[in-house]
Design a protein around this ligand. Structure first.
Ligand code: ZN
Length: 132
């Protein structure tokens, strides 16, 4: 890689040219990973919604109100659907953000992991619900 200012040879991870001192941040600085952060937030939201729907379901089962087909059932289903939606969107953003070049990978990897955890949790709860 060459310095855009003096064309001297520079190391690929250098922030400054060692020959002329010009900043190389335009070419080497990793940009903020928007999709990564989005994926992270969606993954977190998915887990919160999932846990919320499970607690709602447990509370309604406890009170014997889930089978009535009333607002409790709708609320639980709504939370579940929202959670699955957030999980899938978060997963898609996570994959895209990890594949993006010259972007920070921290949130991208965290978002991907948390989305996978949300998928795993959803599958686990699904199996659990159908096993009982
Ligand atoms: Zn230079």
């Amino acid at each position: 890689m060459h310095c855009p200012h003096c064309q001297a040879e520079t190391s690929p991870d250098a922030y400054f040219c060692i020959t002329c001192g010009a900043s190389l941040s335009n070419t080497t600085e990793k940009r903020f990973n928007g999709p990564g952060l989005t994926s992270f937030i969606l993954g977190l939201t998915a887990i919160v919604l999932l846990v919320g729907s499970v607690f709602a379901m447990l509370a309604f089962v406890e009170n014997d109100t889930l089978d009535d087909g009333g607002w409790q059932t709708l609320l639980t289903l709504l939370l579940l659907v929202l959670s699955v939606g957030c999980t899938l969107t978060g997963l898609a953003f996570g994959i895209v953000s990890v594949l993006l070049k010259n972007r920070r990978k921290g949130f991208a990897v965290a978002g991907l992991i948390i989305s996978v955890v949300a998928v795993g949790l959803a599958v686990f709860l699904w199996v659990l619900a159908h096993a009982s």
